[in-house]
Every structure is written in structure tokens, then in C-alpha cells.
Design a protein around this ligand. Structure first.
Ligand code: CA
Length: 158
């Protein structure tokens, strides 16, 4: 909650720090965006920039595990009507995008060991990547990537 506390101090809003809350920053005079600071009950914190007229997210910066360090950056490419064109996620915020989805074609891409893999087909369950000749469902690959970056716990090992 340290990040949230810092934001609260910057905003001079002590009540913001007392409990999980979404605080909307922006008004009709700002460009077509507003910003939120959101504290979750599990200690997670996120800061979001949204397209004001559609409430669609442009950018999310999050501290998923609540340790005071931001660890997820995701952003969307939107058209002016909030149409979702592309979604990009950088796990661990190391400057390397790790996962992206082209919302028009539905193609997903994941960056593993220095290479981008694009989804090449789909099963009844999900689209999949061919990684080393092995079919890997998109959601499984993303889950593994998030586990590797400490964003989610590996439930298989519990
Ligand atoms: Ca990354």
C-alpha cells in the first residue's frame, strides 16, 4: 500500500488511504481521459488512465502483489469510439512486452526466450501457440509467464 499512500499524500487525500477505493482524477475540462488510483483489498494497487467518453482503459500500471513495486504495465490501442484495436502487457515492467493481442484478427503473441510466437490455431478451449512443436494454449502460456514474473502464484505447485 506504500505506492497508494504516496499518491494519497500527493493528492492530499487522507481518506483515500483508509480503505480500498477508486479515486477518479480528471473532469470535463481535461482531455478525453481520466485517471484512477485504485487500492484493492489484497494489497494490490493500480493506476489507470481511461478514455473518459467510453470508460475504456488506455493504460494500467499495477502492483499486483502489493509489495510497493509496480510489476505490470498494460496498455490498449483504442480508436476514438473506444474500439479496442490492440492490447499489450509487460510483465515485470522490464521494458520487454510479453504478451499482445490484435483485437481485429484475434491473434495473440507471446515473447519467450527472445522470440515472439504468434497463435497459429485454436481448439474448443482457446487459441494456441506452437512452441518447440508443442501446442500451448494461450491462457496457459500467459499464466506461466505471469507465474514466472511473480504476478500470480503457481497453483499447480500448491
Ligand atoms: Ca516484461
Amino acid at each position: 500500500m506504500k505506492i497508494l499512500a504516496t499518491f494519497c499524500a500527493a493528492l492530499s487525500s487522507a481518506s483515500l488511504c483508509a480503505e480500498p477505493v477508486t479515486h477518479i482524477i480528471g473532469n470535463e475540462n481535461t482531455p478525453d481521459v481520466y485517471m484512477t488510483v485504485d487500492g484493492g483489498s489484497e494489497g494490490s494497487v493500480s493506476i489507470g488512465i481511461y478514455q473518459r467518453t467510453t470508460d475504456k482503459p488506455y493504460v494500467t500500471l499495477a502492483d499486483i502483489d502489493g509489495d510497493g513495486v509496480f510489476d505490470l504495465l498494460s496498455y490498449s490501442v483504442l480508436d476514438k469510439n473506444g474500439g479496442h484495436i490492440m492490447e499489450v502487457e509487460d510483465y515485470g515492467m522490464d521494458g520487454q512486452a510479453d504478451f499482445k493481442t490484435n483485437m481485429f484478427s484475434g491473434a495473440a503473441s507471446i515473447h519467450i526466450n527472445g522470440e515472439w510466437y504468434e497463435s497459429v490455431g485454436s481448439t474448443d478451449e482457446d487459441r494456441y501457440f506452437l512452441i518447440g512443436k508443442k501446442k500451448v494454449l494461450v491462457r496457459e502460456a500467459v499464466h506461466e509467464m505471469r507465474v514466472a514474473h511473480g504476478l500470480v502464484r503457481d497453483t499447480k505447485k500448491e
